[in-house]
Structure formats: structure tokens, C-alpha cells
Design a protein around this ligand. Structure first.
Ligand code: PLP
Length: 403
């Protein structure tokens, strides 16, 4: 019997993973702001733009037209057709509606796919730096994340040799994002072809290709690994509306996958959440079938901010970084500062440096350790030019006090 005040034990599942560091930093920033501090948030993982008008109009119409009933679990058929149209238009890939599962955000799509594919005893190769949630989802599924270190020198991309060496008979899944959050690295066509050639020798390995930043790139070089021979049958492309259409709060993601994987994801989602929000789904059709003018305008602004961010980064002593080809983050190595102190706080690692910047400069960033890289921090340029400039001014000042 439950005695008053006694806390019953929770599932051990909760001990397998931690809260996303990105959300934790955003929360700490909000707490300091609530106490009256002027916090500049460069930890943000979302466009600071408003959702384009034509998409909002489609949503308003959906409400007026009473799209208010439970939608199909895997998504409305005409949305799945619109997604197939997008894959053809943007990626040259042919999919049918049965390959598509719409979900409540790319995060849910990833969760569906990982739970559908792996379990205890399976290994999942995740190259660093990786998006925070990958490792946690693999741990929730009971499988083992095998973190594969990439290097600054290699542009944070793995080589075919490194991939070949990492694959074991237990490897069931390889997952990566390109453009990468947090490094901004984008795999070129020949680099993906080389990885595909390795996968051909290991037919037991599935690939999750997270392409959520596909539109936000500065190289005009977006390619999907699914395009190569034999790859489409084992690749799950994850994408969504959050980044490219400034729709993070609307919560819509989708996968394109082999039919048996799509069916498995639908089965899981049918028990977890059912179909994604009906109004969002109607708005998504407008987003995916309209010209990408508003997306391109947003990207033009990111181009300007990236350029300015790179100029400002160059002014900071000890920052070692590559220019991102995609996404909206700078990812400098900051180990130059390890062991230094301002007389009060000693910086031992990237976590300490982020906390130091938050507490003394009132700028929030995210530690690289959240992404599997202990030498770096992630600085988002999804903020106004004014805030970026002010943020870097403060970062520069705070770092100059470290000796
Ligand atoms: N994948 C990557 C690489 C991301 O950065 C994010 C969001 O930050 C997601 C997936 C999840 O996106 P969504 O908002 O669609 O859940």
C-alpha cells in the first residue's frame, strides 16, 4: 500500500538517457531572463522567422472547413502525395504514398524509426558530432550507440574506411544528419557514394538520413544517400517542416522508407500519438506544394548572418572552426580556454565554458558534449543580426578575461 509521502519507483528506462542539453540551456536562459537579466539566446535551434503567410492561410481555411476529426495515423493521402511530389521535385527520388509516414515532428519520426528497427543486442553507429536526441532514442530502444568520432581536420565527416572499420556483425543501423546539426557539415555526392559502397558490403545495416536542414544550406549541394543503387531499400529519410518553413511549433515531420519500415512506424505511432494534428497537415500541403520563395528569402538572411558570424568568430582568440555548409550554427573548438580562469571560475571543459558565458556574458550557447564532442560549443545564428553582434561582443569580452 502507498504510504503518505512515499514516492513510488519510476521505470529504470528513465535512467538510460538524459534531458536534451539544448532544452536545458534554453530553460536556464529563460530562468535568468525571468530574474531580470538581459540574456542573448544563441542556443536556439529554430528559425526566428514567422511562418509564411500562405501556409497560415491554409491552416485558417482548414479550421473553417472543419478539419477537426482524427486524421489517418500515417497522414492524409493528399499530404502523403504532396510529400512524394516534394521528394521528386527536390531530391529526384520516386516514392509512393505507402512509403510515407507523417508524424508530430521529425523527432517523432526518428523515435518511430529507431524503435521499429533496433533492440537489445543491436549496435547503432552515430558519427560525432550528432544531434542530441539520436543517442537517447537508441538508448530508449535498448540498443547500443556506437559513437564514431569525426575530426575537425576531416570537416566533421566520416570516411569510408572509418565506416568500414566501425561496422560489426551486430551493426543494425547507421544514422546521421546532413546538413549536420551541430557542425553544419554537408556530405557531397561523391562522399555519400563512397559510404554507400561500404553499406553495399553490409546488407544488414539500415540507414537513417536526417535531412531536416536540407533547404538551409550555403553550398547548393544537397544530396541524399537514398539516390544510390540498393540504398533506397534500406534508407529511412527523415524530414519535416520545422526548419525550412519556420514551423517548429506546428509539429510536423515525415519519413520516406521501405514499405515494411513505414508500416512498422505507422503501427508504433498508432499506439503512441495517432496521426499528426489535422490542421497542421492541411497547412503542410500548402508548404510542400508551393514555390519555395519564402524559404529562399529566409535562407538569404541566414547567408548574411552566417557571413557576419564568421567575421565575428575570426576576431575571437583561440576559436578554431570551419565554415558551416548548412544549418544555422557555428561550432568552434574552444579547448584553447581549458585550464584558464578569470580569477573566480576555472574552465575545465566545454560545459564550464558555456556556463561561464551564460553567467558572466549572459549569452546562452550549447556545450559540444551534448553532441558527443567535448572540445566545441554550438553557437546559433538563428537570431537577429543585432543580437548576434551584441552576443559576440559579450562573448569576446568574457573570454578576454580568461588567463
Ligand atoms: N533532426 C535534427 C538534426 C534537428 O536539429 C531537429 C531539431 O532541432 C530535429 C531532427 C527535430 O525536428 P522537429 O522539430 O521536426 O521535431
Amino acid at each position: 500500500m502507498l504510504v503518505h509521502n512515499q514516492i513510488m519507483e519510476l521505470s529504470s528506462l528513465l535512467t538510460r538517457f538524459s534531458e536534451p542539453e539544448t532544452l536545458r540551456m534554453a530553460k536556464l536562459g529563460r530562468e535568468l531572463r525571468a530574474k531580470g537579466f538581459d540574456i542573448i539566446d544563441l542556443s536556439l535551434g529554430e528559425p526566428d522567422f514567422d511562418t509564411p503567410q500562405h501556409i497560415k492561410e491554409a491552416a485558417k481555411k482548414a479550421i473553417d472547413d472543419n478539419w477537426s476529426h482524427y486524421p489517418q495515423v500515417a497522414g492524409y493521402l493528399d499530404l502523403k502525395e504532396a510529400i512524394c511530389y516534394k521528394f521528386k521535385r527536390d531530391n529526384g527520388l520516386n516514392y509512393k504514398p505507402e512509403n510515407i509516414v507523417v508524424s508530430t515532428g521529425a523527432k517523432q519520426s526518428l523515435a518511430n524509426a529507431i524503435l521499429a528497427l533496433v533492440e537489445e543486442g543491436d549496435e547503432v553507429i552515430i558519427p560525432t558530432p550528432f544531434w542530441v536526441t539520436y543517442q537517447a532514442l537508441v538508448q530508449i530502444a535498448g540498443a547500443e550507440p556506437k559513437v564514431l568520432k569525426t575530426s575537425f581536420a576531416n570537416g566533421y565527416k566520416i570516411t569510408p574506411e572509418e565506416l568500414e572499420e566501425a561496422i560489426t556483425p551486430n551493426t543494425k543501423l547507421f544514422m546521421f544528419s546532413s546538413p549536420c546539426n551541430p557542425s553544419g557539415a554537408v556530405y557531397k555526392k561523391d562522399e555519400l557514394q563512397a559510404l554507400a559502397n561500404v553499406f553495399k558490403r553490409h546488407p544488414q545495416v539500415y540507414i537513417i538520413s536526417d535531412e531536416i536542414y536540407e533547404y538551409i544550406n550555403y553550398c547548393n549541394c544537397i544530396e541524399s544517400i537514398a539516390q544510390f543503387d540498393e540504398m533506397k531499400e534500406r534508407t529511412i529519410i527523415v524530414n519535416g517542416l520545422s526548419k525550412g518553413f519556420a514551423m517548429t511549433g506546428w509539429r510536423l515531420g515525415f519519413i520516406a522508407a521501405p514499405v515494411h519500415v513505414a508500416k512498422a512506424c505507422e503501427k508504433l505511432q498508432g499506439q503512441f500519438t495517432s496521426g499528426a494534428c489535422s490542421v497542421t497537415q492541411r497547412a503542410a500541403i500548402a508548404a510542400l506544394t508551393s514555390p519555395l520563395d519564402t524559404t529562399n528569402e529566409m535562407v538569404e538572411e541566414f547567408v548574411r548572418r552566417r557571413k557576419r558570424t564568421m567575421e565575428l568568430m575570426k576576431e575571437i582568440k583561440g576559436f578554431n572552426f570551419a565554415e558551416p555548409d548548412g544549418a544555422f550554427y557555428a561550432f568552434p573548438c574552444v579547448d584553447y580556454y581549458f585550464g584558464m580562469s578569470d580569477g573566480q571560475t576555472t574552465i575545465n571543459n566545454a560545459d564550464d565554458l558555456c556556463m561561464y558565458l551564460l553567467n558572466t556574458a549572459h549569452v546562452s550557447t550549447v556545450t559540444g558534449s551534448a553532441f558527443g564532442d567535448e572540445q566545441c560549443i554550438r553557437i546559433s545564428f538563428a537570431n537577429s543580426m543585432q543580437n548576434i553582434e551584441k552576443g559576440f561582443e559579450r562573448i569576446k569580452g568574457a573570454l578576454s578575461r580568461l588567463k
